[in-house]
Write a protein that binds this ligand. Structure first.
Ligand SMILES: Nc1ncnc2c1ncn2[C@@H]1O[C@H](COP(=O)(O)OP(=O)(O)OP(=O)(O)O)[C@@H](O)[C@H]1O
Length: 419
């Protein structure tokens, strides 16, 4: 360790990305500590506790790098801040995104506080593919300031916020999942992989002899579900709420289901006795009805307007352009890696926003996050809580008034969680 070197605590999952992050930090001359977080106390689909193996893999890398290793448990915090929230959202008929909430509450809050306060770190690091607007040295010069409490900053306050930028490898970019993290934590975060491609990172891992992490499968989907069937998993936590599948076109009952929360919009619904594929287009939590349509690109799945809850701006406050003009053009996505869709955003008094897309998108889903970008900057996100009418509803209304309708582009995506 170099005398007087800055202390960086690296979140290490036992995977390739965080292992190479720790390696790079060490090479840059930082005093590095590796920390493994246990967030979920459960056996996987094969009855193994995968977190034990991951912790061991992280420990092995720390030993190879000759850096201290700690393990912390956030099982309780994850349950309260992420999982119980997720169950409530499903009960409301929404499809939540636990990965975004895990970053917000666990990694960039509990872990961040532990690293800075308990381990006395100067900064934290993760293996996310993302960048910020400050270089390494600036991270350590950041003054400690508390978050401003009001919606808009006092005009005499110095504006010096750090921006969250997409990773140079746009295919791997993970800013979508970081769109709810606090400015306070971002100011003290290093993303050592921000400028690198996944291929290059794997090559570095091989050169460093991290064979045991390279052999692992990439984590897919929601960490605590693993490869289990989502419907079976969620029914272990929520009481079944039987209801009907109802055709959106003629109101005909097509079959029954065990609960609206086992489906997400855009998903193919397996309806007993039906040979053809049907797709979930809407839900009514009051009646328990799940509305279905006979084609994957049915207009009932396409919408272009949504409202969020109070929007989380990474910079702590809305962009000046939005405050001054009351409207701002930028890019939108609600799924990781979906192509950007240009949009117009307006700000409401309560801090929520309306997002109007320049073209309708398939399977916009309440509970998912509307993430906004300007160039390669991730501005932040807000949870989708209301949606405008579907193209199907609009077509019906316009047909009744005999007004010609615009055609719309068709794409095939749906929110991940209830896959
Ligand atoms: N259980 C964990 N303990 C400590 N840090 C973690 C843990 N899970 C994730 N992280 C941190 O969050 C980063 C992103 O995790 P995520 O699982 O989304 O991506 P990943 O590409 O699979 O990363 P990795 O290859 O490091 O596992 C990791 O690189 C690591 O820094």
């Amino acid at each position: 360790m170099i005398q007087g070197a800055k202390h960086v605590v690296c979140a290490m999952s036992g995977g390739v990305d965080s292992s190479v992050s720790a390696l790079l930090l060490k090479r840059r001359g930082f005093q590095v500590t590796g920390v493994y977080m246990k967030n979920w106390d459960f056996l996987d689909e094969r009855g193994h506790c995968s977190s034990e193996r991951d912790a061991e893999d992280a420990y092995k890398v720390c030993r190879m790098l000759d850096i201290p290793f700690h393990q912390v448990s956030y099982v309780k915090e994850y349950w309260h801040d992420v999982f119980s929230n997720l169950l409530k959202e499903y009960e409301k008929g929404r499809t939540p995104n636990p990965d975004i909430l895990c970053n917000k509450h666990i990694k960039f809050n509990h872990f961040f506080q532990y690293a800075i306060r308990t381990l006395g770190a100067d900064a934290i690091a993760t293996g996310h593919y993302a960048r910020t607007s400050q270089d390494d040295e600036e991270v350590f010069r950041q003054p400690r300031m508390s978050k401003s409490q009001s919606l808009f900053r006092n005009r005499f306050e110095v504006r010096n916020s750090v921006r969250l930028l997409q990773g140079a490898d746009h295919i791997k970019d993970q800013t979508f999942f970081l769109s709810q993290i606090s400015q306070e934590s971002l100011k003290r975060t290093l993303f050592p992989l921000g400028e690198l491609t996944k291929e290059y990172v794997k090559k570095m891992a091989a050169e460093a002899g991290f064979k045991h992490v390279l052999q692992k499968k990439e984590s897919m989907g929601i960490c605590f579900i693993g490869e289990r069937c989502f419907q079976k998993f969620i029914l272990e936590y929520l009481e079944p709420q039987p209801g009907n599948f109802v055709s959106i076109e003629d109101g005909k009952i097509m079959g029954t289901h065990k609960g609206w929360f086992t489906f997400t919009l855009g998903q193919r619904a397996r309806i007993g006795g039906q040979k053809d594929a049907w797709f979930v287009v809407d839900k009514d939590v009051m009646s328990g009805d799940v509305f279905v349509a006979p084609t994957t690109n049915h207009p009932a799945l396409y919408r272009e307007i949504m409202r969020t809850d109070r929007f989380h701006w990474i910079a702590d406050e809305p962009p000046a352009e939005l405050i001054h003009n009351k409207m701002m053009e930028c890019n939108f996505r609600f799924l990781h890696q979906m192509p950007f869709v240009p949009c117009n955003v307006t700000l409401n008094q309560d801090g929520s926003v309306w997002v109007t897309l320049t073209k309708p998108v398939r399977a916009l889903t309440p509970g998912q996050f509307a993430v906004l970008y300007k160039g390669d900057e991730c501005l932040g996100s807000g949870k989708i809580v209301r949606m405008g009418p579907s193209m199907y509803t609009l077509q019906h209304g316009l047909e009744k008034r005999k007004v010609p309708i615009k055609p719309f582009a068709q794409e095939g995506q749906s929110a991940e969680p209830a896959g």
